[in-house]
Design a protein around this ligand. Structure first.
Ligand code: 45D
Length: 172
């Protein structure tokens, strides 16, 4: 009788199955980046609705949101279509003046900026999610990965995602 040792290279090298904490954050960040732009926005939205309860209202205020007030006011003055376009531009690193203004914000201000946009979506001053919106399967998978992380890891993933948005005007 011949015994063969079962070899599972795909499982062993699959970052999503790693128990390493840093890898879980890295993997979830990478998973997020692979989503379509609209899925990225939708996952951020659902992360906000899930985390909203756990983030104290003071936390986003802790960031120096005054540096984002200019672009928030610009966005508020736009039509829903234009607002959606701006958020798609940010997520896809379109080289626009607004994306360059965003690019110079600190990481926490970027987080606070997205938090503020989500609050404005709730208020109706920024384009709301379409009624009955169905998150795609890949989007749901990323949301699940985020939910499995602890609060600190979730914030790290969110930081990683928002820091990659917009355009750094000093980078080129
Ligand atoms: O029609 O300063 C689709 C701490 C489909 C403390 C759409 C902190 C088509 C220090 C594209 C879906 C670290 C705690 C429409 C800060 C369609 C500190 C639209 C942390 C309309 C700041 C989709 C703060 C749209 C944290 C418009 C953790 C989606 C903040 C928009 C977390 C989604 C903030 C938005 C989060 C999501 C904000 C705006 C998770 C915002 C999420």
């Amino acid at each position: 009788m011949t015994y063969t040792t079962e070899f599972r290279p795909t499982v062993l090298s699959n970052p999503y199955l790693s128990s390493n904490i840093a890898d879980a954050v890295t993997a979830t960040t990478a998973q997020f980046k692979q989503l379509s732009i609209d899925d990225q926005l939708a996952v951020l939205w659902y992360a906000y609705t899930e985390m909203g309860r756990s983030i104290t209202p003071a936390a986003p205020g802790a960031a120096r949101l005054q540096f984002a007030e200019g672009i928030l006011a610009q966005i508020k003055a736009m039509s829903y279509d234009e607002q959606l376009q701006v958020m798609r531009d940010l997520a896809s690193n379109a080289n626009t003046p607004l994306c360059r203004s965003y690019g110079v914000l600190s990481v926490n201000t970027k987080l606070a900026f997205w938090y503020q946009l989500a609050e404005m979506m709730v208020q109706g001053t920024v384009v709301p999610m379409p009624a009955g919106y169905q998150l795609s399967a890949p989007g749901q998978a990323v949301l699940e990965s985020i939910k499995q992380l602890d609060m600190g890891q979730q914030i790290t993933v969110l930081r990683n995602t928002v820091v990659n948005m917009g355009v750094d005007p000093l980078a080129d």
